[in-house]
Write a protein that binds this ligand. Structure first.
Ligand code: SF4
Length: 325
């Protein structure tokens, strides 16, 4: 099926000519918004797992995590090569030598051809970005920054602990080094209007962002958001409204931007609401149906800014492409 947006599989096929799959890694790091450096409360939707798998706390090394997950993924998706996706917590929040050891361990696993490093924009000093740029000379390397919203009032409300200017600075410094950046955005944050969400879309479009991951805001146990939900002070989006907002958002992004995700994957045991968040296939189908009904696709309402950069992710660096097939 041809998707109405440039998804990750399409991007990998353009790049490598075959299926590549991201494998999630938990490196056992922490986050400055949890360890007391910024705060101990964390973002209001995050539990103490830091969006992670908990694999590290179960005693699995990075090598073991990758070796265990690549077999079923290769069988199910016919993937031949893999990207190690450092997902849990903040994966640049450690001394550079420690990070190099973690990334090296992942890249030493057979058929792992690159890194995707999830982090906060306030945790990417120049030394860390230099390290990632060095890997990018030999491998495919993406940086994934949590932005969530381009509205500072929302970032304060959700206790992100950084502002939009911090993201802009981190984006510019990654770009100076040729690193493609994927921005994580949450749809349905407390107090956000449709206009706020589309402000975020326009903000990213104006910066010709390389990739975007869209997440539904769902409520999980043991979070400040769960308390707000129980008190009736926060309501989840309905499935139809979410799907329409996702389409609105993608229509405003540049056609080259890689849409890496259009919804989230809550753990059934942790999820409080909305229950429809567990029906991922249904949500994906709904998004595609809405695009079809609108006769629309990614970029339909994209207006290039006068000084738009070329998205880094649209033209992968030759070094990464050539050496990792
Ligand atoms: S930055 Fe990530 S790990 Fe840290 S509190 Fe927020 S969601 Fe949790």
């Amino acid at each position: 099926m041809i998707k109405p947006y440039r998804d990750l599989n399409t991007y990998f096929r353009e790049l490598y000519g075959h299926r590549v799959h991201k494998l999630t890694v938990d490196a056992g790091l922490t986050c400055p918004n949890r360890d007391g450096t910024i705060s101990t409360r964390g973002c209001i939707y995050c539990n103490n797992q830091g969006s992670g798998t908990g694999a590290f706390s179960r005693g699995l090394s990075i090598r073991e995590q990758l070796e265990q997950s690549k077999i079923p993924v290769a069988r199910r998706f016919k993937a031949r090569k893999f990207i190690a996706y450092f997902q849990s917590y903040t994966n640049t929040y450690a001394p550079v030598a420690t990070l190099a050891r973690l990334y090296d361990e992942a890249l030493a696993v057979e058929d792992v051809i690159g890194l995707s490093v999830g982090t906060r924009p306030d945790c990417t000093g120049d030394a860390v970005l230099d390290l990632l740029a060095d890997y990018a000379g030999r491998h495919l390397v993406w940086v994934e920054y949590g932005l969530q919203s381009a509205c500072d009032h929302t970032l304060r409300r959700i206790n992100r602990g950084h502002d939009v200017a911090c993201f802009e600075d981190a984006l510019a410094r990654a770009r100076q080094r040729g690193l493609p950046v994927c921005a994580h955005v949450i749809i349905g944050l407390p107090g956000e209007t449709r206009r706020d969400m589309l402000t975020t879309a326009r903000f990213l479009a104006d910066r010709a962002i390389d990739g975007v991951k869209l997440h539904l805001l769902y409520v999980i146990r043991d979070t400040p958001l769960a308390s707000l939900y129980r008190q009736g002070r926060f309501q989840c989006l309905k499935q139809q409204a979410y799907a329409e907002l996702v389409c609105d958002f993608i229509e405003r992004l540049a056609p080259q931007t890689v849409i890496q995700r259009v919804t989230g994957d809550p753990h059934p045991r942790e999820l409080v609401a909305p229950i429809w968040a567990l029906r991922k296939r249904e949500t994906l189908d709904l998004i595609h149906t809405i695009f079809k009904q609108r006769s629309s696709q990614q970029g339909r309402h994209y207006a290039p800014p006068a000084t738009a950069d070329t998205p880094t992710g649209s033209e992968p660096r030759k070094t990464a492409r050539g050496k990792n097939r």
